[in-house]
Design a protein around this ligand. Sequence first.
Ligand SMILES: Cc1cc2nc3c(=O)[nH]c(=O)nc-3n(C[C@H](O)[C@H](O)[C@H](O)COP(=O)(O)O)c2cc1C
Length: 235
Amino acid sequence: MSTAAIPFTDLARSRHSVRKFLPEPVAPAEIRGVLEDAQAAPSNCNTQPWTVHVVSGAARDALSKELLQADEEERLSPDFTFDYADFGQGTYLDRAHHHAATLYGAMGIARSDRAARKAAARENLDFFGAPHVAFLFMPAFGDGVRAAGDIGMYAQNFLLSLTARGLGGIAQTMLGFYADTVREFLNVPADLKLLFGISFGVADESAPANGFRMERAALEQSVVLHDTPGVLGQR
Ligand SMILES: Cc1cc2nc3c(=O)[nH]c(=O)nc-3n(C[C@H](O)[C@H](O)[C@H](O)COP(=O)(O)O)c2cc1C
C-alpha cells in the first residue's frame, strides 16, 4: 500500500474534488482497501449506519443512462432537501457563489451561458467519467442528522484513502436528487435513504475542471477559542 509515505497533513490538505476521471478501472484490492479504511470511521454508538453500493462496468453505464433520463424528464426524488435559499444571505451563499464562479470560470463557461452550465452539471450523472461510483445510504433515524454525520465521517475516510492511494474522488449530493431511480436500479429498499454518492478513479489531471483548488476561510472565521492562548494571534 502507498499510504504510509504521505504525512497526514499533506494528505488532508491535498485532497480535492475531482470532476474529470480517466476511464481506467481501479484494482479490486485498492477498492477493498478504500472500503476497509472507510469502515474504520467513528459513528454514534458505533451504529455504523452506512450501507454502501459500489457500481462499476456495465452496471455503471446503465445507471448513468437512467440518471440522465430521469434528469431529462425532471423526475427528481431527493430524500433530503437541498435549496440555495437555505444558505440565507451572506457568508454561506457568498461562498457557494464563489465556488460556482471558480468552477465554471476554470471550465471557461460564462455565467450567462445556462446551457453550458446545465451540461456541466449533468456531468455529475455520468460520474464525471469515473469508472466507479459508491452510493451512501442510511437508515432514517429520527431527524436523520446524526446518521448523516456518521455518513460524513465515513465519506471523509473514503476520500482521504483515495488520495493516499494516488486516486481521486468527489462527493456528489446531485446523485441523491434521483434517489428513487438509484434505489430501483440497485434494488435497495425504500427505508434506506440516499445521502450522496462518491465517484472515484484516476483523475484526469489535464482537464480544466481539475485545474483549480478551492481556498478555505481563515481559521478566525470558523474557530472561537476560550482560554486557549497562542493558537490564533494573541487571543
Ligand atoms: C457532501 C458533499 C456533496 C457534494 N456534492 C457535490 C455535487 O453534487 N457536485 C459537485 O460538483 N461537487 C459536489 N461537492 C464538492 C464540493 O463542491 C467541494 O467539496 C467544495 O467545493 C470544496 O472543494 P474541494 O473538495 O475541492 O476541496 C460535494 C461535497 C460534499 C462534501
